[in-house]
Each structure stands twice: as C-alpha cells, then as structure tokens.
Ligand binder design. Structure first.
Ligand SMILES: [Ca+2]
Ligand SMILES: [Ca+2]
Length: 450
C-alpha cells in the first residue's frame, strides 16, 4: 500500500459557531485560488488538492474500486473537512472499502456497480472512516461492527446531482448548450470549493508535456509535466476533478506558438498511486481542449452533504449466516403486528444494496457472494446499524417491523433486533430471539406505543 503521511496544518482550528463558519466559507474561495479575481471573473487557477482538507493520493490496487475513491475518498472527504474546517487525518478520511465490499458481489472487478450506486449508498448509510474501515484491498469481508455502521450514519449525505452538455446524460439536473458554458460551470464550482467527479478512460489517453509559454510566468512551476491531450470517452474509470489552471500550455499543433485553444487544463486526482506513469505525483492534467470529449456523457457529479446530521431512530441488527447473498431484509412501520402487511405500504426502509428493491444496475448488488459476513466459508455473526429516522417522519402505526428472507438452504439466525430512539433515550428489543430461518420469509414486530 502506498500512502504518504497525512498532512496536518496547525493553522486550521475548529470553528464551532455557525456564524464564524459562514464567514470562513465566504473567504475560502480566495484561499483556494492561485491568483486574484475580480467580481465577474473566475480566478485563473484553483487547486483544491493543495488545501489542508484534501487527502493524499492513494493507490486502489488491483481491484475495481475507482468509483469509491473518486466519490468517497476524494470528494466526500474534502467536502466534509472543508465544511467542518478540519485538516485531513485518517479519522476524518472516508474509506473506499466500507461500501465497496458490500456492493461488489464478492468480485475484485464487480460487474454491477455504477457511480450512482456509490452516491445512493452514502445517502442511505453514510460512510466509515479509514481508522474504522482501513483500506487493505481485501474486497471480501463486510464491516460487521454495529458501532462502525452507527458512526458512519452521521455522514449520510443529502444526495447528489449532475449536469451535462446537450442532454448527453439521461436524467441530468442541468444541461449546457456549449462546451464553453459546460467548462465554465466546472471551473465556477471548483473555484467555489467543490471537488467534482467524472468518468473518463484516462488510462487510454494520449499525453504530451506542458511547454513554457513565454508570455507568462504563472505556468513555469508546471513546465515539463505530463498533460492529457486526447482522452478516451468511457465509463471504465472514475476520477475526481480538484482544480484547473488557465496558464498551462500544450503546443498541440507544434508550431512553437501558444494559441488560445491550446491553453488551460483541469487538474484531476487519480487513484493509482503517486508514482503512476503519465501522472504528476498521482495527479493528471487534462487539457481544456480534451476535457469535454473525454468526459463520459459530459457528466459531472456533485455531492450534496448535510451539516452535523444526527440520526434519531436507529435499528440495530445482528445476524448469523453462512451465505450472506441469500439474505434480503427491510424495516417498516405497521398498524399491526401480524403479516400480511398492507399492500403498497410507504413506510419501508430498504437498506441500499441489501434490501428488497432492485438497484440502479437492475440486479442485486450483493449477488454472487455465497460467503459469511466476514468473507469466509464458515457461519459467522454480522452486526449492523441502519438509520430509520426518515421512516419515522412519515411513518404510521404502532409497530416497527423487520422483514427478512433467507432464500438459501443454510440457516440464518436472527440474534438481535432493536429499535433505538436516540432523542427519547429508549431501546425496544425483540425478546423472542434467537430465531432461525431456512428458505423462508419472516416478520419480527416491535410495539412502539402502549
Ligand atoms: Ca512561462
Ligand atoms: Ca501552437
């Protein structure tokens, strides 16, 4: 594993007052920018990786976890650390492995994960940090510690959005009519302090070197660095955009003159380590002229985070199983204890990737892993915490229920099912456990009110 020591700044202190935080937020754009800007102009360069909030470049290794590195490790870590004004450290850096291992169907190169699944997973479950879920490239074991799942919930995001160019990406929240406007939007968001996520097959691109534009000295620190001048457009790799620089120049037509169309590049954080070829200490320059055509569906993803989220209603669950992929479960509210429950019941929580509802890719995201929760072949326990707060808000009925199916021939034992109200400070626990199920569906109900 290639990891350099985390950068810790003594200059950044925690700001507790929301008012001070707001002021800090207003000042922060100038902090990122490499040079001045006027009211109507964007700065000429921005580098969010050069702030105390950004984690060091890591190497994903020989497993297909790039989506999780781009979204969780780079984008989410930066956004939360920036919001809370805390310098990056392992205890506030999000683990690419926590969610990846749940959804990768026990394959090192999962056939089913899309970048949307990463955003949807962290919207439901949040994300564990590196100190609680280290990245060791072992893609088989799930996190089986309910305390780690619970800590992750404070980082449940509010969702995500994406924009595109000429409606190339279905379902986009916004679509720009020209490459210029599209690129301007990216630069505008970067200068406002947002790390963005794109898909691009950068590993198959064509590279050149940054030349020295004699008209400016602003490009001089980057002369000789590698720059991507022609990309391959596809979804096979996911990366984070962390900045841009209008000054850098690649002499595309090799006439020794810096034409306007040859200037400028996006800065990209990759996840193949600091020594990757064609990279500059783990980062890529992607020339503006290559950016549009190299970004899959011209799709740029933004993460929407929350501020100091505290879950109110939690479900704690401990199961013992030998074949985790045979299990589906969900939680809900009901007016009565006995199934069948009312059809079309809205008050249901399907844990993303583990529940009854099909996911983005149209298949179960945990298919194929006939292993225990710990990734082995012997039966073992797994403990989890899920956030039912949203369900409680629109829920009705006096009962919480837990619905579970074991479609396999090996027994699943429900050892623990509890509802915790963190605000009122009470726990309701299922007293009828353990309960064993084989090739059957079971409901467990807990009465909420007397
Ligand atoms: Ca120069
Ligand atoms: Ca030229």
């Amino acid at each position: 594993m290639t990891m350099r020591p985390f950068f810790v700044s003594g200059l950044i202190t925690f700001l507790k007052s929301p008012r001070i935080l707001l002021l800090a937020g207003l000042c922060v754009s100038a902090f990122y920018a490499g040079d001045c800007r006027t009211r109507d102009q964007l700065p000429h360069s921005v580098d969010l990786s050069n702030t105390p909030f950004f984690p060091p470049v890591m190497d994903q290794g020989e497993i297909g976890s790039c989506d999780w590195f781009a979204v969780v490790y780079y984008q989410m870590t930066f956004l939360y650390n920036r919001q809370y004004q805390r310098p990056v450290a392992p205890e506030n850096t999000f683990s690419p492995q926590f969610g990846y291992n749940i959804l990768n169907n026990a394959g090192s190169f999962p056939y089913n994960i899309r970048v949307d699944d990463v955003y949807k997973f962290v919207e439901r479950h949040g994300c564990a940090v590196l100190t609680e879920s280290p990245y060791d490239r072992n893609y088989l074991p799930w996190c089986t510690d309910a305390a780690v799942w619970r800590n992750a919930l404070q980082y449940r995001t509010a969702g995500y959005s994406f924009f595109t160019f000429r409606d190339e990406s279905p379902g986009a929240d916004d679509s720009f009519g020209s490459e210029e406007a599209f690129l301007h939007e990216m630069k505008s968001l970067l200068s406002a302090g947002e790390v963005l996520v794109i898909q691009s097959e950068t590993f198959a691109g064509f590279f050149s070197r940054i030349a020295d534009d004699p008209a400016t000295g602003e490009d001089d620190p980057f002369i000789g660095e590698s720059i991507l001048i022609k990309g391959k457009n596809g979804p096979e790799h996911t990366v984070a955009v962390v900045g841009y620089n209008d000054h850098v120049w690649a002499d595309l037509n090799r006439d020794g003159v810096a034409q306007a169309a040859e200037k400028g590049a996006l800065k990209i954080a990759d996840s193949i380590g600091p020594d990757a070829p064609d990279h500059n200490r783990g980062f890529l320059w992607m020339a503006y002229s290559a950016a549009g055509p190299s970004i899959f569906q011209h799709r740029v993803n933004r993460m929407i985070i929350r501020d100091r989220y505290v879950p109110r209603i939690l479900a704690k669950l401990t199961l013992n199983a030998q074949e985790r992929d045979k299990i589906r479960f969900q939680f809900g509210r009901s007016p009565k204890a006995e199934p069948p429950l009312p059809a079309g019941l809205k008050s249901v929580f399907d844990p993303y990737g583990l529940g009854y509802e099909p996911c983005t890719a149209g298949v179960s995201l945990i298919a194929g892993g006939d292993l225990s929760f710990g990734g082995g072949k012997e039966p073992g326990d797994g403990s989890f915490t899920f956030d039912l707060t949203d369900l409680d808000a629109d829920g009705s009925g006096d009962y919480w229920y837990f619905r579970i199916t074991n479609s396999g021939e090996k027994p699943v034992i429900i050892r623990e099912f509890e509802i915790l109200d963190t605000e009122e400070g009470f726990i309701i626990a299922d007293q009828g456990l353990p309960f064993t199920l084989v090739q059957q569906e079971v409901y467990r109900s807990l009465k909420l009110r007397e």
